[in-house]
Design a protein around this ligand. Structure first.
Ligand code: GH3
Ligand code: MG
Ligand code: MG
Ligand code: MG
Length: 303
């Protein structure tokens, strides 16, 4: 897995109600970037939200919602708040520029265009965006296994919990812990232990792949899997598949009392969000069931 390498062209959304401006900017930028276009605010917001461009070049004077309003709308939506915006406008007074920057824009270019300046300003914002994206990725990924870390899990859990509450839907949490892992490290070495963790992480990722599923390293040799929108019966099937997939890796572990290979135990808790439940209780329940799985002999799912 190479999550930090992105060879695709960055994408810029150009918003302007004059077709000629879209054409000029499109031609100037299409060599270096993938160019998306919108001719009004509603279109711009829709494209920004659904396609997540890396930068928006935004006209100010437009029919209907103007550029300032569009900018504020994009900055208020968590899905688009991190997309930088450059205003592109004929309103070139200093007050206009201040107003634009205060609305949340990162930069300002004026019409008629000096295309060399446009390109330079766009390039600066794109370079900055690359760095911000990379940092965002790094803070949410576990360094050893390159899967989401506990911090990311806590954030996603909050989002999914709220979603489940709104829909009065099921949500499941599965806590998984490698069996006799201290013995594995002690006998095969810490390096082998690290590789084992990477392989287990990878197979968990490969086997929990519906769009809302989230696998994260919770800490040490413990993982957590979030399974929204399925009931306990279905969640049990997933948890069992996860357990089997680890056993099927057939990583030799002569010092385990189970199966001679690396295995995991899992505790699975399901509820409908609401009804006196909260996220913390659901996690605690999964943890308690994991403990029970250990007590009952390991390499099993209890839920
Ligand atoms: P149980 O079956 O009850 O879970 O026993 P266990 O040996 O797996 O549990 P214990 O909590 O005693 O040991 C966990 C081990 O996980 C100890 C620790 O050194 C190891 N570990 C935690 N994080 C890492 C890591 O990043 N790399 C390696 N190689 N080992 C780790
Ligand atoms: Mg205009
Ligand atoms: Mg363990
Ligand atoms: Mg543990």
């Amino acid at each position: 897995m190479t999550p930090f390498v992105d060879s695709q062209k960055q994408r810029v959304l150009v918003v302007d109600d004059e077709p000629i401006n879209l054409k000029i900017l499109g031609q100037a930028l299409s060599g270096d970037y993938q160019v998306l276009v919108a001719s009004n605010a509603e279109q711009a917001i829709h494209i920004a939200t659904t396609q997540q461009p890396d930068l928006v070049l935004l006209d100010i004077i437009m029919q209907g919602m103007d550029g300032y309003q569009t900018c504020r709308a994009l900055k208020q939506d968590p899905r688009t708040v991190n997309i930088p915006i450059i205003f592109s406008t004929s309103m070139d007074s200093e007050e206009d520029e201040v107003k634009g920057l205060e609305a949340g824009a990162s930069d300002y270019i004026t019409k008629p265009y000096n295309l060399a300046l446009v390109k330079a300003r766009v390039r600066n914002q794109m370079q900055l965006k690359k760095k911000t994206d990379l940092l965002e990725k790094l803070v949410s990924l576990d360094g050893l296994t390159e899967i989401p870390n506990r911090r990311d899990f806590e954030q996603q859990f909050e989002v999914e919990w709220r979603r489940a509450q709104r829909a009065n839907n099921y949500i499941s949490v599965c806590m998984l812990d490698i069996d006799f892992f201290k013995q594995f490290n002690d006998n095969y070495g810490h390096g082998a232990g690290d590789i084992c963790l990477q392989r287990v992480a990878r197979t968990l990722m490969d086997n929990a792949k519906r769009s809302g599923d989230l696998v994260a390293r919770y800490g040490g040799e413990e993982f957590v899997v979030l399974l929204p929108e399925i009931d306990l019966k279905e969640a049990k099937l997933v948890a069992e598949r996860l357990r089997e997939s680890v056993e099927a890796l057939a990583i030799t572990h002569q010092f385990s009392a189970c199966a001679g290979v690396v295995t995991i135990s899992a505790g699975l808790a399901t509820c409908r969000a609401g009804f006196g439940m909260n996220k913390g209780l659901l996690l605690e329940e999964a943890d308690r069931l994991l403990y029970e799985a250990k007590q009952q002999g390991r390499n099993r799912v209890i839920g």
